[in-house]
Design a protein around this ligand. Structure first.
Ligand code: AMP
Ligand code: ZN
Length: 113
């Protein structure tokens, strides 16, 4: 499949890796919107967007959030952080491999929901 995040997870496209386990890969966003801006993805293309989460794949989304908790500690985000998922065209999603933005390292604007 011609998917940029599949290629990043497989090491075929370079990335700044911050975390990896058997199911999850996390790397720094190429266009950071905060001092810490990390993308957390399932290694496998289990869903193109959050609209495809179902009973078969939702345990991997749970693992995404376990990874986020570990990465937040690793990155020193003990005073807080924000997780964002853009879903579909209206949600502003530009890469069709489900991913979660982990943002932090500053006091984020309250209106940036
Ligand atoms: P979204 O708009 O939610 O689909 O997020 C896609 C994100 O992927 C954007 O924040 C981009 O900056 C980021 N991005 C795209 N290509 C790369 C890449 N090769 N390495 C790191 N981040 C990327
Ligand atoms: Zn993919």
């Amino acid at each position: 499949m011609d998917c940029i995040f599949c290629k990043i997870a497989a090491g075929e496209i370079p990335s700044q890796k911050v975390y990896e386990d058997d199911l999850i890969y996390a790397f720094r966003d190429i266009n950071p919107q905060a001092p810490v801006h990390i993308l957390v993805i399932p290694k496998e293309h289990i869903a193109s967007s959050a609209s495809e989460i179902d009973a078969d794949n939702s345990h991997i989304i749970g693992r995404v959030f376990e990874a986020i908790a570990k990465i937040a500690k690793q990155e020193g985000l003990e005073s807080g952080f924000r997780v964002i998922n853009n879903c579909g065209e209206d949600g502003g999603q530009t890469v069709g491999h489900i991913h979660f933005h982990l943002l932090g390292g500053t006091k984020l604007r309250p209106q940036m929901l």
